[in-house]
Ligand binder design. Sequence first.
Ligand code: SF4
Length: 334
Amino acid sequence: MQEGSKTCSRNDFARIYIEKDLFGDAVTERIVSRLPNAKIIPVSHYKDVFARSRQQYDVQKKSRSLILARNTGRLIYEGAPMCQDFDMENFSYTNSVMNCIYDCDYCFLKGVYDTPNIVVFVNFEDYQKEVDRKLEEGPLYLCISYDTDLLALNGLTGLCDMWTDYAKDREGLTIEIRTKSAPSDFISSEHIIYAFTLSPDEVIEKYEKKTPHLSSRLNAVKAALGSGANVRLCFDPLMHIEDFASVYGRFMEQVSSAVDLNAVRDISLGTFRISADYVRRMRKNGPLSEAAWYPYDNKGGVMSYPEVKADAMTDLVMKELLKHTERRKIYLWK
Ligand code: SF4
């Protein structure tokens, strides 16, 4: 991880597993050239490494591997109701990468995969063809940074650039790029939404340790707005933290003095919530994770803070937001 920008560096991966028929592939070669110190290991299929049984999450976390593969399975998924966004019809997501270089304590990916190793699917042209096919059926709203932080990996994979180049003039397509990274270059297009997750530095220090500080993320938001890009701000997840009211009060002041909240496209607001099935696996993979072991309420299979607490958290942030922007811009998760 490079200090400051907190993106990938040449020493982040000690090993790269590559499916045998991908040697010579352009994206594969690009990634390999950026990791000159990594050991290359050919494999028949990515699941031989990624889905091995009896993996030790915490041990692998100390020295993660990168796995380059071709996705021959499903390329686009319908969004789950819990993830439905901004009442968008045809909300879908795609996973050209599985797992993330960041390691947020509360990340749902720890509840999905038994390994922190990262898979990059290099066959971007197949994703493109599938999106083209879907667009024949009607407009498509596609989250491309769903099982990962695609922008944080862009220096290594170039995949985010490929998606934005493809999407920027694509009739009927809107892509959302959710990120905690702090890039400086953006594309201004009605088809692309940059969705920045913002958290107080106290939350970043506690739960999002490997991600950029708030000031870097705010600089990225300003750069995006300055270049005319569509910006979504995500105050989501709000994390319960000691002295929540003063921590989030200071945070909102910092955000509203740095960014013109009327200039952003929209704002998403919600407290931490996650499926109970994921929490079970998160507890196994992160036995010391405070976020995983919090005594949540289970409402119909979704774990979340007790209602009174969650309401107090969202009310506080909503009140601050409404001092600077209109209610219709804010999507509140309930
Ligand atoms: S940035 Fe997002 S995807 Fe990456 S570890 Fe954090 S929560 Fe998970």
